[in-house]
Write a protein that binds this ligand. Structure first.
Ligand SMILES: *Cc1c(COP(=O)(O)O)cnc(C)c1O
Length: 383
């Protein structure tokens, strides 16, 4: 450890992990075919249902979030079937790539980056494609900071054989997405986002009809086989060796989430995002997303500033890692995450760092203006 090099992680995955979870993960490894493991698994299964707001089972895998996305495509559809893919950013593109690799026929709804899909457009495309077996979408498209209107889209897929598959990797636990109430069929999450854990666990909640669909589809699958996992859970274990240490951390975080309650968790993210945006606007900077999500704040790199230099300066001089833009947004935006183990002062830290770095790169800015706006936001929110 270098005393002069304290680091800060403000990216939308991975995220800072609370010390209690880190300590829990340092516990000795146990064998996963013993009653001791079954006891932990039982608690985790219950707590996952609370987090996903469902009575259905939530499966998990030892993979990053993309693994659970792949599992959905492999299990819920057969080769040659048509699926509708909402493509408004890097992760929407990923749904499309997966669908193509598994031999499905994706019908794309292309949405300009930074905008949410229109509910009417989804309704029209569903109408034009009565055979579509699935609708694949992001709840929050992390590359653009946009929230898609999943709660309005869900009713459109209820009355037909189209499974609604939602990538909620950066949305679960950040804002309400009640799985049962909305009637979602599959919802994916990952450990290194709002669950405030290291990377390495993925999750998927499945409706009764999605579970049934997984029994009927014909495509190949092996590790990511829902049928196998359901069977193993009946015996209170997992199909393959689970990521035991990560599950210790998960158990710790999930029980904290239950203690705190979802409502307070959602309010916490609203507060952090609200303050960050107040700071950014006061600095005269522009937000990228039209329908921003509480998970992160995306700021346009101002005219005349080199985005790559800005990120590098913040990372190397102040050791604050925020995320830059992905794909066509590379060098054009800064993504400040609020996800994970964060507090009001992380927002202050992000704004202060951005102010210093912009100023150092010759951009005209009033040092402290953004910080001050965020401070005021926090103080007013307390009243
Ligand atoms: C992070 C993220 C992913 C990818 O997850 P990995 O864990 O990196 O595989 C997919 N979708 C969304 C919306 C994300 O935020």
């Amino acid at each position: 450890m270098d005393l002069l090099n304290k680091k800060f992680l403000l990216t939308p995955g991975p995220v800072p992990v609370p010390p209690r979870a880190l300590l829990a993960m340092a516990r000795p490894v146990i064998h996963h075919r013993l009653p001791e493991f079954s006891a932990i698994l039982k608690r985790i299964r219950e707590d996952l249902k609370y987090l996903f707001q469902t009575r259905e089972e939530v499966l998990f895998f030892a993979s990053s979030g993309t693994g659970a996305m792949e599992a959905c495509v492999a299990n819920l559809f057969s080769p040659g079937e048509e699926v509708i893919v909402v493509r408004g950013g890097k992760f929407g593109e990923r749904w499309g790539e997966l669908a193509e690799i598994y031999g499905l026929k994706p019908v794309y709804i292309d949405v300009p980056w930074g905008e949410a899909v229109e509910v009417e457009t989804v309704a029209e495309v569903l109408k034009a494609h009565p055979e579509a077996r699935g609708l694949l979408i992001q709840a929050h498209e992390t590359s653009t900071g946009v929230k898609h209107p999943v709660e309005q889209i869900a009713p459109l897929t209820r009355e037909r054989e189209t499974l609604l598959v939602v990538d909620a990797i950066s949305a679960l636990g950040v804002y309400p997405l009640p799985f049962d109430e909305l009637g979602i069929d599959a919802m994916v999450a990952g450990s290194q986002k709002s669950l405030a854990l290291p990377p390495g666990l993925s999750f998927v909640a499945l409706s009764a009809r999605a579970r049934k669909r997984a029994e009927e589809t014909s495509g190949p699958r092996y590790y990511f086989d829902f049928r196998r996992e359901f069977k193993a859970l009946e015996k209170e274990t997992t199909a393959f060796t689970p990521a035991v240490s990560l599950l210790y951390g998960l158990s710790e975080v999930l029980s904290r989430i239950r203690e705190v309650g979802l409502e307070r968790l959602f309010a916490h993210y609203r507060l952090l995002a609200g303050a960050c945006r107040a700071g950014i606007k006061t600095l005269g900077l522009e937000l990228f997303a039209k329908e921003p999500c509480e998970a992160l704040t995306i700021v346009k790199v101002p005219e005349g500033v080199d985005g790559a230099k800005l990120m590098k300066l913040m990372r190397e001089k102040y050791r604050v890692t925020m995320a830059g833009g992905q794909a066509k947004l590379k060098g054009k935006v800064v993504r400040i995450a609020h996800l994970g183990y964060q507090s009001e002062l992380d927002v202050i830290l992000a704004l202060a760092t951005l102010e210093m770095a912009l100023s150092e790169l010759g951009y005209q800015i009033t040092l402290g203006a953004g910080v001050s706006a965020a401070q005021k936001y926090f103080l007013e929110a307390q009243r």
